[in-house]
Design a binder for this molecule. Sequence first.
Ligand code: ZN
Length: 203
Amino acid sequence: MCYRRCGSTHKVRFLLLLISTLTTTSICKASSGDPYPNSTSHGTPQNGSLSKGYLIVAATGFYVYGTSSKRYANGSLRALLEKVGSKWNEDYSAEHGKFGAGRASKKSGGEMPGASHENGLDLDLRYIRTDKAKKGVEITDSQYDREASKSLIKLFLNHSSVTHVFTSDGTLRNQLNDSRVQNWAGHDDHFHVRIKDPDGTGN
Ligand SMILES: [Zn+2]
């Protein structure tokens, strides 16, 4: 039981608790570099699944295309995409328009057409067009803008979390001259970015 004489002690304790709660909350908010936490990519991109996938939606610098049910990603991939989008917006979108982000994984990952995209670490992106239209372009089309596409891919390669970029454009691969940029047939109308599993493989 509490009597009047100890009421002030309780008030002080309450204030201290309040202050420590507020301090902890603001520190956590300030130090959190992880806007989309708690995703887990299980298995491998070729045979895996995804827990707490985040839907990729249009944001600064990019639009989305394709089926939303196949646009879920590990939170780290969504965060990376948004960082690249912001940078693209600062340096390139006035001249080249927004870029398009498409297929990632299903909400819980698992089987997808093709040989990957199963655990939220893969993302397909359109090459940049010369006319800023929000539609796809093939590397053999006259509207294909290799220079601008190269600039976009470089923004991804600036992040060490990117382990692979797949493209069918041999000239682009030669110019980028980065061992992470690799040939994969079927990447004539999009390139494909893969990140490393943020919390390691085997879970
Ligand atoms: Zn792909």
